[in-house]
Design a protein around this ligand. Sequence first.
Ligand code: S3P
Length: 422
Amino acid sequence: MKISGSVRVPGDKSITHRVLLLAALTKGISHIGGALTSLDAQSSARVLRQLGAEVSPLRKGATVRVRGRGRFQKPERTLFCGNSGTTTRLLLGLLAAHRFSATLTGDASLRRRPMRRVTAPLAAMGARFTEQDGDGLPMTVRGGALRPLRYEMPVSSAQVKSAILLAGMAGGVEVSLREPNGRSRDHTERLLQAFGYPISERDGWLHLQPGGRLEPFDLQVPGDPSSAAFLVGAAVLAESGELRISGVGLNPTRTGFLGVLSRMGVRTTVENLVFHYGEPVGDLLVRPAGLMGTEVKASEIPGLIDEIPLLAILASRASGTTAFRQVGELRVKESDRLGLIAENLRSVGAEAEVVGDDLVVGGREAVPRGSVRTAGDHRLAMAFAVLGTLPGARIRIDDMACAAVSFPDFPATLRSIFRDPR
Ligand code: S3P
């Protein structure tokens, strides 16, 4: 199969959540171009409306208009966060600084995900949390005046880090935190700095001081590198041609997968690099390549956490073995991603095992055939759809519709990059 053309991917999910939340907290009207309109983004928009912000409908190609009131208002009903961990955890940080109580819940996948990793530090700042059913949703938060915090995070997580930074920002108190292993995505830091909040880093500690000011803004969200990664993967597996993915966010805390791909033998090129609100954005060019196995070190994991399903399916086509070290965090994503990556790779005839917290994938040449169980996890569905583009592959995916959580037009976009549509 030959790939060709120039495509765009939907707006960055992480940045879309953050700018919606921040716009809703400013006093006035913000305009957000290129925002993601997927189910997860809709979850943020929906709960922000319940908290008193006006958010125009999220429609593909339309600029989103957000009118904030400067503070959130007590919601009348439970805030339903759908499948979105980012909506939930970042919002908990902001609600910690609001003097009312709010109850949050989500779909079955989100209700199972751990929340004490955010509520423990926020409780140390002074917020109160009542769980209904152990560590997870539903839960009620009651915020108020906050205390400063100095906190060593037990896991590297941009959601936890962001919840603490946003609590510090909204509560007007200083916070310092340290991540244990590697650097997670830093969009919150870049945005807060753009609003004048002093953020500094020393000896692995990140400090936020009060002093900035949220003002209404106009911003263009870059394409999501995590969505682009699936198209990059399909291009790598193709036989010939070249694919251009335009306007992709290239923040170095998100592009760890490109470094791993380069060790596996893939050459990608960046053109037309520009900066928007402190975020690098450019066109990514990629060509098919023969792949070699590699070792992905624990310190690299936070910078490519969402790309492991895709990297794992590519590893199953490489010569030699690929090991992903210390990827236990994958057990608490939208599904038990660690178990399901290995189970599904085996189910389509590849070699994969979980050894402790490591994922080890063996490379093979056999044509992949078999069934994939996604447990409603968008990234598993898209990763295995990419594997399904190999000539002769027959992969049945139990739920392709879940791709709409982050990449609504994924099946059509994937088809569009192949010269002979399949
Ligand atoms: C995200 C952080 C990551 C990532 C998720 C989005 C964010 O989660 O997996 O898709 O926008 O902050 P963790 O913070 O749980 O690692």
